[in-house]
Design a protein around this ligand. Structure first.
Ligand SMILES: [Zn+2]
Length: 334
């Protein structure tokens, strides 16, 4: 991918295109922003634009041997460091220091991308600090992290800091249409659920979230009218599909947010999934604002439980009971 193919993040791309041609390219950058907003992709594009042999308007050509090899991660002057087993240790930074002491092999600059730089151990951060203080000639280091506060202030102060904004729904929608061939209705829905992260949107596309939407809707409607025995059977079936549970809870949160907006009678244009709200009209008739909020908070607590690998079946039983209570509130709470 080249800068010209990037949808969104115009400010960051413009800033990087502005320095790519310079003799004095800054030696260290920090790209901060939520996961899935394009930081690493743009870091790789920057590396390619710096070393491209036939640069076109401060962008890479995608055709020369440097671009082709960078795309297959086979270019000697592009190093991408990622955490192994959750962290980046001092050994990684030490071997990097050694490598940096040699000039770039082929390119104008050796570009080192440290992805998830917030996962550096304290020792690794302190070692890197020394490298950032006196960087050997010919190297550009790009740190990628969700927030600057996750790095030592002394590291941040030695970098040019570019903040990446969450992407707008429109941008995520365009990216989904251009790369994943979703039609515009489905792309709009997935974009809204993904709250500004392409990474999350692609995950939803891969897990066929939209296909499961119908089945999940049916399951919720069954829960709110089922006999108690059947409710626990549903919980057991649901818990078995452990892979998808967290995505299902994301969908439930979006639907309950929609129900709350609808219940409040506020701007219905803010409702994301109008088709589901139509199917859930029965829930709205039986739930108060407080009940809906209580169920929404329950989703958060169950999401955390499941992420922490607590007993899935019990967590789903709590979820099913909570969903049922949200419509039985007049009977059970008054
Ligand atoms: Zn090129």
């Amino acid at each position: 991918m080249a800068f010209r193919d990037i949808i969104g993040q115009e400010r960051a791309v413009r800033a990087l295109k502005g320095v790519v041609n310079r003799e004095n390219i800054p030696h260290a950058f920090l790209f901060s922003g939520l996961p899935g907003v394009g930081k690493k992709t743009i870091a790789i594009d920057f590396a390619k634009a710096i070393n491209c042999m036939q640069r076109i308007e401060n962008d890479c050509c995608e055709k020369c041997s440097a671009c082709v090899r960078a795309n297959s991660r086979n270019y000697p002057d592009l190093l991408i460091i990622e955490p192994s087993e959750q962290f980046i240790g001092i050994d990684v930074v030490r071997s990097l220091e050694e490598e940096l002491s040699f000039p770039p092999l082929e390119g104008r600059r050796r570009v080192i991308i440290i992805d998830e730089a917030d996962k550096m151990t304290n020792e690794a951060s302190n070692a890197l600090l020394k490298t950032l203080e006196e960087p050997p000639e010919g190297n550009v280091i790009i740190l990628v992290a969700p927030e600057q506060a996750m790095l030592l202030p002394t590291i941040v102060s030695r970098t040019c800091h570019l903040r990446f904004q969450p992407l707008s729904d429109d941008v995520v929608e365009k990216i989904l249409i251009s790369r994943q061939f979703l039609d515009s209705n489905n792309a709009a829905l997935v974009a809204k659920i993904s709250t500004g992260s392409v990474e999350r949107a692609l995950k939803y596309v891969e897990s066929r979230l939209l296909d499961r939407r119908q089945a999940l809707r049916k399951r919720i409607l069954e829960i709110i009218s089922a006999a108690p025995g059947r409710m626990f059977e549903i919980a057991t079936e649901w818990a078995r599909e452990s892979e998808m549970l967290l995505d299902d809870i994301d969908l439930l949160k979006m639907w309950w947010r929609d129900l709350i907006i609808y219940q409040l009678g506020s701007n219905n244009n803010l409702v994301v999934d109008a088709e589901t709200i139509e199917a859930f009209k029965g829930i709205l008739g039986k739930s108060s604002y407080t009940g809906l909020m209580k169920t929404y908070q329950l989703f958060d607590s169950i999401y955390t439980d499941i992420s922490r690998r607590s007993n899935k079946k019990m967590a789903v039983e709590r979820l099913v009971i909570g969903l049922r209570e949200s419509v039985d509130e007049e009977d059970s709470w008054c």
